[in-house]
Each structure stands twice: as structure tokens, then as C-alpha cells.
Design a protein around this ligand. Structure first.
Ligand code: GDP
Length: 475
């Protein structure tokens, strides 16, 4: 708009130590600085999007005290792997998923509402406490009560401790299920002692946390556990207004091939109905059908605390996105499209710095006279591969780019590699190896590029193409 070439703007940014691209977003302060350097003036206008206005109004709207009616408590099981979270939930809902799962790992979020003698209870089973905390970080605080599952033969393990701190951080009441009490190695004292060293004082020791002895194998104690949860729910007096357009959270979503997008939602306030216009993340649409996840039956309406599988949206939102019911499908579309546009725009990383990627490498070179260094972190399956890759890369010549391998090692891509790449603005190259879960998440969070290869010459090809600005986007 000010008639200055992009390269010149990038150069000003570079003098401030900001390496970025022309499509990235920058902070207002920095924009003002750049403008001043180029003799222009910035006129800021608060861009309140439809989304900001409409949805925050919905979130901020208070329900009338008189409109609130009791709702089911929403329970999440947390604890060390293999201590029985899946089995306990199976036992409660009367199915057997734990046995059928590959490796017994809970892959997807399960959510059900059961009826315990006329009193409904909802369960949300997140795969691990990291997912629980991530959802919380996105403002999706759906859990009312956390059940910490501890196998009595094992006692409190490192992940149990973590689960406890995650539950405490969420500020929700905690109940402990001391599970596997049918096993011969059952040692209640060990578990109780372990708990109290984590700051969980059992009620039988004068503390405020109920410890219920359970066995998912025999069913012993399950009824006690449900009773305990309902007692807490009664004390906490969870309420919501069912008579309003629904608001809630997406727990999981799936892009099916023929059935379209299926999303698992839990309603927080209001009632969701077939035919409602919903916006969630960058997906929107009219609810075509709703299915109860437990019975598999179609339902017409879902009130507060009710998990439900919903069909009819055009795109799959991420877990933790909030959903809203709007009057107008046009508004829903506008919000969803706005969001999709924004997620396509490159955002600066949290430290205000956009990391180099092979696709943006060339843009950095544009208009800059200096020689640039492209930092790489190499990970490969065996030592021989590393040597072969280094040999290939040494053949690459470019007047403006120098390749520097910061670290070369054998084994899977780790969180530490990503941290290093973040700190040194590097690209991580993996050859016949994959990043672990933590590394993947960290890379996404920090905007570090991780590229995986199975053919050595392809690495050299891509790097050459990147230097020449000819890299084709990855499929
Ligand atoms: P999760 O990783 O916490 O979800 O644990 P799972 O529910 O998958 O259980 C891990 C293993 O412990 C499975 O083989 C279960 O059959 C077994 N298990 C779970 N609860 C009990 C129990 O109360 N008693 C006994 N004996 N085994 C149990």
C-alpha cells in the first residue's frame, strides 16, 4: 500500500533481527517501526470480526438463575497407563473396549452419558492427561470431577503423580479409584501412602479425598464409585440452562469418506437439536443427524452435559474447539471461512519469530546480498545413512546459501531435536525415522519444520529446489 518493494520491508525487519516473510503477521509495535523507517504512518483500526463479536457475546451471556436446572456431572478418568481407566469405563457402561483395542491404548476420545438409577453421569475419556490439559489450554474445561485411577498392586506411579497435578491445576474435585483390588498383590497401604506424598490425603486418614476400592475385573466397588461421584455432584450442585441455543465443546472429529464429517460434541449449556445451525472451528453446517454414542440410537435433542455424535458439518474441527448454535447459516459460514482464511495465513511463532522452512527459504534470500546459512538437524536410522546424506549434501553448491549441519544422530526425532531447531532456527531432517508424539507436538507449537525422507537423493533434491525457490509444496 505504501509503494515500497517487499524486499525493502523485509530488510528493515531484518535490521531489527526479525527474519520473516512478506505474508507473515507482525506485532503492531513492529509495524509502526517499519512504517516509520519507510516514512509512512500506520493507522490502526480495531478489526472486530463477526466471530469476536457474536461468539464472545454468547460466551459472556449469563443465564438467569431461575433458568438453571441440575445437570449431569462430567467425569474424566486420569492415571498411569494400564492401571485400568479403559476397563473401569467399560465396566460402567457395560461394554468391553479395553480388550479389543490394539495394544490396549485408548486412541480416541470416548464420551458417554449413563443413567445410574435415574441420575445421569457423563464420562469423557481423554487419551492421557496431556490431552486433558491441552483441551483446558484451549478453554475447553469440560471436566467437573477427575477420577485418578491407581492400580493397587502397582501403587502411585510417575504418571499418576502427573495426573494428580493436572487435575489439581484444573481445580476440579478429585476422587481416587484404587483399582485392581481383586489381585493378590493388592496393598492398600502402599497406595494410600503414595497418594499422601502427592498431597492427596484420603478421607479415611482425615483428608478430603474419597478413595474408592474398585475392581474393573469383578465389578466390585463400581457402584460405590458412582455413588461417590453423585454425592460430590450434589454438593457442587452443577446446573445449566437447557432452554437456549446450545454451546459446548468438540471432543473429537472424524472426516469419514462417505458419511461425511462426524464430530463428537459435549453440550455445556442449552439444547442442541437436529436442524440447528452450528459453527465449530472452521467447520459449519446444519445438524443433519445426532447419535447417542452409547446406544448408537438417533436422537433429536441433546441437553447440558450430553455427549453426542453430530453429522452435518462441512469440515472437521479440532478437539477442544468450542461450538455455537447461530440463527443464521450465512453468519456461520462467514465465521467458519474467516477462521479458515486466518489459519492459512502464516502466523509468527510464539517468540515472534518465524522459523525457516524449505518453502520459505527462497523468500529469505530474496533481495538480500549476504550469504545465508541454512541450519539442519539430521536424524537417521543408522550411522551409514548419515554419512551418505552428508556426502550428497556436500555436493550442493549455491552462491547465497550455506548448509550447516548442527547435529547428526541416530534414532527417532526427539523433543530435544525440535527444541534445538527452535533455538537455532533449523530444519529437522529425518531419514527412515519418525518424530515421537512429543516432538511432533512441540514442532507444531513452535513452528519448526520436520521433514521425513526414505530416499537419500530426495533430500538433496528438495534442498536444491528450496535454494532455487522451486520447491513444490509437500502433499
Ligand atoms: P488403562 O491403560 O488405564 O486404560 O488400563 P486398561 O483398562 O487398558 O487396563 C490395563 C490392563 O489391566 C488390562 O489388561 C485390564 O484387563 C487389566 N485390568 C484393568 N482393571 C483391572 C482390575 O480391576 N483387575 C484386574 N485383575 N485387571 C484389571
Amino acid at each position: 500500500a505504501i509503494g515500497v518493494p517487499a524486499a525493502q520491508i523485509l530488510r528493515v525487519l531484518m535490521t531489527e533481527g526479525v527474519m520473516t516473510t512478506i505474508t507473515a503477521m507482525i506485532e503492531p509495535d513492529l509495524a509502526e517501526f517499519v512504517a516509520a523507517e519507510l516514512g509512512a504512518e500506520v493507522n490502526f483500526q480495531l478489526a472486530e470480526t463477526l466471530e469476536d463479536k457474536l461468539l464472545s457475546e454468547i460466551d459472556d451471556s449469563e443465564d438467569d438463575e431461575a433458568s438453571l436446572v441440575p445437570r449431569a456431572p462430567v467425569i474424566t478418568f486420569l492415571g498411569h497407563v494400564d492401571h485400568g481407566k479403559t476397563s473401569l469405563l467399560d465396566r460402567i457402561i457395560g461394554i468391553d473396549v479395553a480388550k479389543g483395542e490394539s495394544g490396549g491404548i485408548t486412541q480416541h476420545i470416548r464420551a458417554y452419558q449413563i443413567d445410574n438409577g435415574g441420575k445421569p453421569i457423563a464420562f469423557v475419556d481423554t487419551p492421557g492427561h496431556a490431552a486433558f490439559t491441552e483441551m483446558r489450554a484451549r478453554g475447553a474445561n469440560v471436566t467437573d470431577i477427575a477420577v485418578i485411577v491407581v492400580a493397587a498392586d502397582d501403587g502411585v506411579m510417575p504418571q499418576t503423580e502427573e495426573a494428580i497435578s493436572h487435575a489439581k491445576a484444573a481445580g476440579v474435585p478429585i476422587v481416587v479409584a484404587m483399582n485392581k483390588t481383586d489381585l493378590p498383590g493388592f496393598d492398600p497401604l502402599k497406595t494410600l501412602t503414595g497418594l499422601s506424598t502427592c498431597g492427596i490425603v484420603p478421607s479415611e486418614w482425615g483428608g478430603d479425598v474419597e478413595v474408592v476400592k474398585t475392581s474393573a475385573a469383578t465389578g466390585a466397588g463400581i457402584e460405590d464409585l458412582l455413588e461417590t461421584l453423585l454425592t460430590i455432584a450434589e454438593l457442587q450442585d452443577y446446573r445449566a440452562n437447557p432452554d437456549r441455543p446450545a454451546v459446548g465443546v468438540c471432543l473429537d472429529s472424524q472426516q469419514g469418506s462417505d458419511s461425511g464429517v462426524a464430530i463428537k460434541l459435549i453440550v455445556e449449556r442449552g439444547t442442541l437439536r437436529v436442524g440447528d445451525v452450528v459453527v465449530c472451528g472452521d467447520g459449519y453446517g446444519k445438524v443433519k443427524a445426532m447419535v447417542d454414542p452409547l446406544s448408537g440410537e438417533r436422537i433429536e435433542a441433546a441437553g447440558p452435559s450430553r455427549p453426542v455424535d453430530v453429522f452435518g458439518l462441512d469440515a472437521a474441527p479440532s478437539a477442544g474447539e468450542r461450538f455455537y448454535v447461530l440463527d443464521d447459516i450465512g453468519q456461520a459460514r462467514e465465521i467458519a471461512e474467516d477462521r479458515a482464511d486466518r489459519s492459512r495465513t502464516t502466523m509468527l511463532g510464539s517468540n515472534g519469530f518465524q522459523h525457516v522452512t524449505l518453502e520459505t527459504l527462497f523468500e529469505r534470500l530474496d533481495g538480500d546480498e549476504e550469504v545465508q546459512t541454512l541450519n539442519l538437524i539430521l536424524r537417521a536410522d543408522v550411522r551409514g545413512s548419515i554419512e551418505a546424506i552428508e556426502k550428497e549434501l556436500s555436493k550442493l553448491q549455491h552462491p547465497e546459501v550455506r548448509l550447516r549441519i548442527l547435529q547428526r544422530s541416530v534414532g527417532g526425532i526427539s523433543e530435544a531435536d525440535v527444541t534445538l531447531a527452535d533455538a537455532s532456527d533449523a530444519v529437522v531432517i529425518g531419514f527412515n525415522v519418525v518424530p515421537d508424539e512429543k516432538a511432533r507436538a512441540k514442532a507444531a507449537q513452535l513452528g519448526v519444520e520436520v521433514r521425513r525422507y526414505e530416499v537419500i537423493y530426495k533430500i538433496a533434491d528438495d534442498l536444491r529446489a528450496a535454494m532455487e525457490g522451486m520447491l513444490k509444496p509437500e502433499e
